[in-house]
Design a binder for this molecule. Sequence first.
Ligand code: SF4
Length: 488
Amino acid sequence: MTLQTNPFDDDKLREECGVFGIIKSDSAAAMTALGLHALQHRGQEAAGIVSFDGEHFRSHHALGHVGESYSSETVISRLVGSAAIGHVRYSTTGETALRNVHPLFADFDFGGFSIAHNGNLTNAYTLHKQLVKRGCLFRSTTDTEVIIHLMAVNNKGTVIDRFIEALKQVEGAYSLVALVNNMLIGARDPWGIRPLVLGRLGEAWVLASETCALDIIGAAFVRDIEPGEVVILDGKNLQSLKPFNKVPRRFCIFEYIYFARPDSMLEGHSVYETRKQIGVELAKEAPANADIVVPVPDSGLPAAIGYAQQSKLPFDLGIIRNHYVGRTFIQPTDRIRHLGVKLKHNANRRFIEGKRVVLVDDSIVRGTTSTKIVEMVRAAGAREVHMRISSPPTKHSCFYGIDTPQKEKLLAHNYTVEKMTRFIGADSLAYISMDGLYRALGEAKRHAGTPQYCDACFSGDYPITLTDLDTNEIQGQLSFLKIKKVGE
Ligand code: SF4
């Protein structure tokens, strides 16, 4: 039987990575595996852990879920050492070559160096071409490897100096964890696009993409790593450096809408509370004459609760999600392919029949799933279907670490709301406004000149230069990884 990528794609944007690091723990690898398990939603195709015992680095990289790859006592016990970093990854092609699975590792003149990255570098291809001309040989096709080569070609100063000098040359979004010389390093790009938090567990320091990864190991949240901050944790002390020119903070607003886990706190906001509040604002802006509010599970759930509370309509789980649809699916025949969305979602007919339904979802990407869900709810007997979306229309691609189709494939890039309503077959469709979204985050409105968050996939206002996209011959490609994928 052939295994292939799930053909019943849920048509969502996908977070590409999650990172975790710990130092001064007597079970560093096990803690890292647990942390990665909590971050599984940020990448399901592969996971890697590198540990350090003061002398040797050890690594394990595997395709598949953390639970599948790190449940064995043998794997964890082989990863000896009191420090470890880990990474979960989502690859955009359905295939992930093992050599691309983070953490990456290199042997330098100063010793071993391992690094894991959440984000995407927007000048990686340009730098890659320059580095290859200088004789660098790349072993992976991930953008992150340029950081290693930039450190290799500059042998001035300490390892931290070389790391910082390398970061000064890269553009794009990065939240990094690295292990070197008994030090755990964390770094966030100057705009702070992707999250990175600091925690403490007894004497151990912990770095993680989200606070849910601190919770799972019982670590206390200390603070967010600041945009443009490099922290060096040597097991005793924390050293904080701010080596980059200051730029306005532009945290990814979509982390609140969809990517982060609802039980995480990011940049001082509870993700769950924010999603609920977005639902409240959405109900104020786009009320509907309806009988019942139904979330498209799971991501539409908190916003639907907020929408129902504000509109004083009953809330019910009118769609049930099957959580056991895997990453891969046994080759479907044409006979079952049409069942599509039903593998993942089923209408709870008893609660829907004869009702005017408000369906709440977080976004519409290509519109394929929304179309099927509206159809399914109608087939279950809904009298009317009113779709409400807890983000503004997704009109542009993300180049900062989220897998998005090219903008030409985004429904909202091509269609007006009126046309989209017809396309998905709803009686009405409304999105939250940009100001409504900012209000849900406690802002009076979006600042026109320099907005408080990155919202480029809605506005097209990209805070960080897109050098590769603007200057090279592969214009239109979404990421360095895709460009170099040929032949893998
Ligand atoms: Fe987040 Fe969208 Fe900005 Fe990407 S473009 S970082 S998804 S807000």
